[in-house]
Design a protein around this ligand. Sequence first.
Ligand code: BGC
Length: 340
Amino acid sequence: MRKIFLAICLAVCTLLTGCADDGGQKNTVQLLFPDPNSGIWKYIGELCAQLLREANYEVELHHCTNAATQIEQIKEAVEKNPAAIVIGAQDTGALGEALALAKENGIPVIAYDRLIMHTDAISYYASFDNTSVGEFQARYVEEKLNLKSGAGPFTIEFIAGSADDTNAPLFFNGAYDYLKPYIDKGQLVVVSGQQDFRTVATDGWKPENAQRRMTEILQKYYSGGKSLNVVVAANDDLAGALIQAQQSVGYSGAPTILTGQDAGANGIANIKSGKQSMTIYKDPEVLCGKIVRMVKAVVEGSQPAINDVTNIKNDVMTVPSYLCIPMIIDSTNVNIVKKF
Ligand code: BGC
């Protein structure tokens, strides 16, 4: 009699709580994304959540503005035992220990856009080819300035992203390595001399940090009518920082070429008004689509589309990845980007 009573209690409890056998969120995806004020992460978070919901997953979306908060969010997510955790890392080097907890608890982790280091807990990684992003910026400079025909000299400065983001050196090296032969030949001249990643990096991708550095550079190296011809800014926020810096010193000569990335609202507006030359469009719908497929794969044990099984290595594992191809946007095709 007592056994029957216990069995009934258990059945009722299961019905009431909806927890099948292990108390987990079996159909829930925990979406943990970085600073919503940076790049277009807020838009991406909402879009990914929407696409996952359309694929019949419950979604909990959390952004953070520092690594410590994201580590706490990972620990809280692990306690809820979701079907998968998708992470756009705030600091790609700081999540290893927290992700070990996910692995111990058998929760699959998928890395979004930024490769996460020091961990063997990642099932899949989806991103754009980040070296290509920088290279596309550089090719644009090369073409618009006729560098192949020997034109120059032109002055150039670099504004890179944050050193705690694995993408930032890839963007920078993609652009710098492509332009280096022109720097060596004297067709491009880095007047400030600042041309290694650490020196041109922007802490936290924060425009105010880039604006400070560029204001100093403009005052020190470009006063007295010297023109700044090219600025390779890693994303639209940092291109905006250059525009602000120029305004703050009353520098009127806009650079001939100012690059960006994200095709965000400000970048698109600056391209339309002629203040920014180009941006790199990394269609979030394409990337979120890949993520939905990867989530399905880890939940159902199926095989998602993967196009790189050898090259994407953090310092612990080779991560099965899908890298999408980005696209150049300038005033000639800016209307392709419909969302802003
Ligand atoms: C992303 C960029 C973004 C930047 C700043 C990078 O990891 O790939 O799209 O602009 O972070 O948020």
